[in-house]
Design a protein around this ligand. Structure first.
Ligand SMILES: Cc1cc2nc3c(=O)[nH]c(=O)nc-3n(C[C@H](O)[C@H](O)[C@H](O)COP(=O)(O)O)c2cc1C
Length: 170
């Protein structure tokens, strides 16, 4: 597995996509993602993402055991805004955004030809955020405004591929 340069880590800053499903079955969906983190637990590198159940992508995360995160160059920001404001329920937003899904190397969920960094994940754990267990005022006020609980998924990182500027210095 390739290590990555955390200082160049672009995920969760408006230019990342979360994709889940099965590329071979042509059954997958994608959405823009901003809430999440990358870390390690029990020695396992993982991605933690927060997804509202109303997202169409949520259904794929529930049905399938893998997901991918894909990061794009700045010129795709408009495409990511589209993918983060339209639902895959209502049409082929991926084609409309001008992106090309391709098979990932280690998981069934696709990655994108245009991505400059890709993380492939195996579903490891999920849980629902319970507002009664929140203790930070800012988090309570932000979370409390939202009508539905978020599901948090922990994805075990099974592969990372990217262009050179994302790679950690030796
Ligand atoms: C910049 C940006 C970041 C977003 N981050 C998240 C997120 O972390 N979690 C989430 O549930 N929705 C997030 N959204 C909203 C979804 O991307 C959006 O609702 C999308 O249309 C869902 O598509 P889908 O119904 O095809 O899954 C974000 C939207 C934008 C524009």
């Amino acid at each position: 597995m390739t290590t990555f340069n955390r200082k160049s880590m672009p995920f969760f800053h408006k230019n990342g996509l979360l994709t889940s499903g099965d590329f071979q079955k042509n059954h997958f969906n994608t959405m823009t993602i901003e809430w999440g983190s990358i870390g390690k637990v029990w020695g396992i590198p993982l991605v933690q993402i927060f997804v509202r159940p109303s997202r169409y992508t949520y259904q794929f995360l529930e049905q399938y055991n893998s997901s991918t995160l894909s990061c794009f160059p700045e010129e795709y920001r408009k495409a990511l805004l589209l993918l983060g404001t339209k639902s895959g329920r209502d049409g082929n937003k991926i084609t409309e955004a001008g992106l090309t899904p391709i098979a990932a190397n280690h998981v069934a969920s696709p990655i994108f030809n245009e991505a400059e960094l890709t993380i492939e994940c195996q579903k490891m754990y999920w849980d629902d955020i319970v507002s009664a267990q929140m203790s930070d005022g800012e988090a309570i006020s932000r979370f409390g405004r939202l009508p539905e609980p978020h599901r948090v998924y922990y994805g075990k990182i099974v592969a990372i591929q990217g262009i050179k500027r994302y790679l950690a210095a030796a």
